[in-house]
Design a protein. Structure first.
Length: 155
């Protein structure tokens, strides 16, 4: 069932008369949005950006699937780790457990704000890098596909 939906979406991406740039940018933007910690709501901004930038909508939505029930936790933990390294916030598991265990609301709020900021910064950075790294190979592959299609049509 899910595989049929995936196949249908992939057909839509690759059979649609989209430029290589449109598909590559769509996937890149989808991946960027997929890295943001807005799990469950990612397809809405991805689709809106696809409409605004007039790029392949199916490719954009497919890119969001970089985070799914199997990958979301490892992706967001990595993003948090990157954000903590960049911000310099240094919290250990035992510190977090102690703060929460003592129910010190001021520290919990402070910790939550700092962790959220670190997560957002890490997500934006890893999302941007991933989007750039994906854009060029996808654009190359789409150009190759479009070239083969043109050659096939000329025969």
């Amino acid at each position: 069932m899910i595989t049929e939906k995936v196949k249908d979406l992939l057909k839509k991406i690759f059979e649609e008369d989209s430029s290589a740039h449109s598909v590559a940018l769509g996937i890149a933007i989808g991946i960027f949005i997929g890295f943001l910690p807005i799990y469950g709501f990612q397809m809405i901004p991805a689709f809106l950006l696809a409409v605004i930038f007039k790029i392949n909508k199916a490719a954009t939505v497919a890119g969001v699937w970089i985070t799914n029930p199997l990958t979301a936790i490892p992706v967001y933990l990595f993003n948090l780790w990157v954000g903590l390294k960049i911000t310099g916030y240094n919290y250990t598991y035992s510190q977090v457990k102690l703060i929460v265990g003592e129910y010190n609301l001021q520290e919990i709020f402070s910790l939550g704000t700092k962790l959220l900021l670190a997560l957002m910064i890490g997500s934006i950075i890893t999302g941007f890098i991933s989007a750039v790294l994906v854009y060029y190979p996808v654009k190359f592959l789409m150009r190759m596909r479009n070239k083969r299609l043109r050659q096939k049509q000329q025969k």
